[in-house]
Design a protein around this ligand. Sequence first.
Ligand code: ADP
Length: 466
Amino acid sequence: MRVLSVASECVPLVKTGGLADVAGALPAALAGQGVGMRVLLPGYPAVLGAQAKAPVLREIAELFGAPARIRRGALGKAVLYILDAPHLYDRQGGIYLGPDGRDWPDNPQRFAALCKAAALIAAEGAEGWRPQVLHLHDWQAGLTPVYLRQAGVRDVGTLLTIHNIAFQGLAPAHMLAQLQLPAHLFNPRGFEYWGRISALKAGIVFADKVSTVSPTYAEELMAPEYGMGMEGVLADRAGDFIGILNGIDLDAWKPPYATPEGKAPHRAALRDEFGLPDADGPLCVVVSRLTGQKGLDLLVEALPTLLDGGGQLAVLGSGDPGLEAAFSQAAARHPGLALRLGYDEPLSRRMMAGGDAILVPSRFEPCGLTQLYGLRFGTLPLVALTGGLADTVINASAAGLAAGVATGVQFHPVDARALSRALSRLCALWRQPAVWRRMMENAMAHPVGWDASARAYAQLFGTMIA
Ligand code: ADP
C-alpha cells in the first residue's frame, strides 16, 4: 500500500507535541505491515536546514502569493517530501506562533498550502509514485479532501487523525476566496463552523475515515463535555470514526533494568538529584506541560495526602505561570516535594527509571505518552479515568488485584477529592510489597509498542483502497 502522511510536525525534525512523535514513528512501524508510507512536511528552517541537499522534484508556479517547490528528502528509511515555500515557512519563531506568542496571521494560508501540495501529489504523483491513501494529521491537513475534490481526484482515500480537538483551524469567512475554497461547501453540512471556516471540520466532514488516538477519546469526542463543539459533526460520522492508540518507541524508551529490583539504585540516584531525603514511601514523579488540561492544580491541592502517606513527589515541567508559582510555593513548604522548571528529556528518562509512580491527573487526555513510558519502566501510573489513560492502565480495583492484572491506579471524577483518595490507595499499595511488585511486573510486561496499532492502521488503510 502506498500512503502519504501529511503532517505539520514530525520527529526528529520538528516537534511541539505528541503529533510529531506519531508522525515520526508510523513510517517505520507500518513498514512491517506492507504499508509504504512517505511523509509530506512544510519546509520550515529546521526541516530544510537538516535536509540541505534535498533535490527539487516539482515547481509550483503560484502557491498563495509566490512560487514554491516540492523537494525530496529522507526521514530515516522513509521518503520525505518537503514543501519549500519561503514566503510561508522561512521565518524565525515557532512553527505555529510568532515571536509575540500569537498565531502567525497567515496560518490559514500556510497550512492550506500544505493541503494543496498533498492534493497535487495525490493527483499527479511525485517521481512516478502516487499514493493510494492520504493520512492527514489534525487541522493543518484538514482541507486536503476539499482540494482533492476540486482537483477531481476520486481514487485516493483519506484518513483524518485528530490528535487534540482543541485546535480547530479557524479562519474568517472572508478568506474563502483567498484560500481557494468552494463557496457552495461553506455551510453547516460543509466546513462552516459558526460563521467561520474550520479546517478541522473540513477534514471531519470530507475525509473518508476519521480516527483519534484512543478508543475512549473517540467516545468522549462525540459528547459535549469533550467535543468542544465538534461532537455533533463527529457523531454524524460515527460509522467511520475509530480510536487507535498511540504506541511508544520501545528502543528509545528502554528501562536500564529487567526486573523490579533493578529500580533501587535509580530511585536512590533520583532522590539525590532532586535533594529529597530517604523515605519509606513511593517516590512519585510528574513530567508534563503545566497546563489546566493536565489537572496539576488538583495535585497541588491533594499533595498533603501523598506526603502524609509517606510519599514524595518530583516534578519536571513548565508552562502556565500560575501553576509554576503554585508548585514553587508548595516545594518551599514541603521537603517531600522537589521541582525542576523546564524541558529536559534526559532528566525525564532518569525520572522514569527512578520513580515508583507517575501521576497523570489530566482533565482530558487524547492518548498520553508518559503513562506508557511509566508502564514500560515499572513506574506505576496513577491516572484520571479519561481518554487514553482509561485505555492503557488497568486499575488496582479489588477485581483487578484479585485477578492479578492491575498495572496502576485510576480515579474518577477528575477532582481533588478523588485524586486524594487515589493517592491514599497508592500509599496503601506501597505498604504491600508483594502486591506492588506484582503490579510492576504486570506494567513492565504490558504491550506499549506500535505493533497492535500499526496493524489497526494498516487494516484501516486497506479498507480505503478500491
Ligand atoms: P501532550 O502532547 O499533551 O503534551 P503527551 O503525554 O502525549 O502530552 O506527550 C508529552 C511528551 O512530552 C512526552 O514525551 C513527555 O515525556 C514530554 N514532556 C512533557 N513535558 C516535558 C518536560 N518538561 N521535559 C521533558 N519532556 C517533557
